[in-house]
Design a protein around this ligand. Structure first.
Ligand SMILES: [Zn+2]
Length: 277
C-alpha cells in the first residue's frame, strides 16, 4: 500500500482488506456503480510505476474542467492495482445528470475495439472491486445497480440503452466497445454480470458469521492479538467505531482475524446469530 496526498494505491488483496475495514460515516445513499474507461491516459501512457503521476494529471485535467477535484472514486490500473481517489461521501462527476447515489470507477485504458486489450490483472481487479462494492453497499448486481456510461445520452443524460442493440450516435463509447466483450446492456449481461455474481457468492460463502455488532465506548480502545491483556497490542480504535464481533472468550471479543478487544468497552447494538456483516 502506498499513499501520495489523498491517493491511496493498493494491490487487490490490500484493497480487499481495506474495504473490509472501511467504516462508513456518510449518509449519502449509494444506489449504483458507474464503469468508465479513461480513453486517455491509455496503456501507452502507463509505464508500470507512474500510477501517482497519472492520477495527478487526471486531477489537473478535471480541475481545469471545473470539477473541483478528481471526478472518480476509484481508478483501476493495467497492473491490477486500485487507487482510492475521491471521498465516497461526495457524489462523483461521472455521468451527466446521473451522479446522485453513484460511485464512479475509472478504468485506465482505451477499451474501444482495436485499441488496448485489457490485462488479466485489471480484469480481475475490476470484477472484484465491483463485487466488493456491491457487497459493502448491499446492491444486488443488475442493469440498474451497475451501469456503463455508454447507456446514457451525452446531450441530456437520459438513459437510452437501445435494449442491447449497438448505439452509434449521441453516446460516448465509454467504457469501450470491447470492455469485457462490449458496451451494450446485452454484452454486460453476457460477459460482465456473471463474473460479478460468481465473485459475490464466493465472498458470501467465505464470510464468517457475525455474532453481534457494537460500538467502542471509551475514547481509545486497545486491540490485542489474543483474548487477554498479556497479548501484544496491535492498534487502538476510536470511540463510537462500529465493530463486528465474531467470537467471545473470557469477556473478550474477537473483532477480526486475531484482533481482540476487552468486552466491557464495547456497547453491543444488536444480538442476532443470523446477523451477517
Ligand atoms: Zn465515461
Amino acid at each position: 500500500m502506498q499513499q501520495q496526498g489523498k491517493f491511496i494505491l493498493m494491490n487487490l488483496s490490500e484493497f480487499e482488506d481495506y474495504m473490509h475495514n472501511l467504516q462508513i460515516y456518510f449518509t449519502r445513499k449509494i444506489n449504483h456503480l458507474q464503469h468508465h474507461h479513461t480513453h486517455v491516459p491509455s496503456y501507452k501512457n502507463f509505464d508500470g510505476k507512474n500510477h501517482f503521476a497519472r492520477l495527478a494529471a487526471m486531477e489537473r485535467y478535471h480541475v481545469q474542467n471545473n470539477l473541483g477535484q478528481i471526478a472518480q472514486h476509484y481508478t483501476t490500473f493495467p497492473d491490477g492495482q486500485i487507487a482510492v481517489c475521491r471521498s465516497l461521501s461526495i457524489i462523483p462527476a461521472g455521468i451527466k445528470r446521473h451522479n446522485t447515489g453513484g460511485i464512479c470507477i475509472e478504468n485506465i485504458g482505451n477499451f474501444d475495439l482495436g485499441h488496448d486489450v485489457m490485462t488479466n490483472a485489471q480484469r480481475e481487479s475490476i470484477i472484484k472491486l465491483t463485487a466488493l462494492l456491491c457487497d459493502k453497499f448491499n446492491l444486488e448486481p443488475s442493469l440498474n445497480s451497475i451501469i456503463y456510461h455508454h447507456w446514457f445520452r451525452q446531450t441530456d443524460g437520459v438513459r437510452d440503452d437501445a435494449g442491447g442493440k449497438r448505439i452509434l450516435e449521441n453516446h460516448k463509447t465509454c467504457p469501450g466497445t470491447n470492455f469485457f466483450g462490449g458496451n451494450t446492456v446485452l454484452d454486460f449481461q453476457t460477459y460482465f454480470l456473471p463474473g460479478v455474481q460468481r465473485t459475490m457468492s464466493f465472498l458470501k460463502t467465505h464470510k464468517e458469521p457475525v455474532l453481534m455488532k457494537g460500538r467502542v465506548s471509551v475514547s481509545q480502545l486497545n486491540v490485542r492479538k489474543g483474548p487477554s491483556k498479556s497479548f501484544q497490542k496491535i492498534e487502538a480504535i476510536m470511540k463510537n467505531t462500529l465493530v463486528s464481533i465474531y467470537e467471545t472468550k473470557n469477556n473478550w471479543y474477537r473483532i477480526d482475524k486475531a484482533k481482540w478487544v476487552y468486552a466491557e468497552y464495547i456497547s453491543v447494538e444488536r444480538q442476532s446469530k443470523a446477523y451477517q456483516r
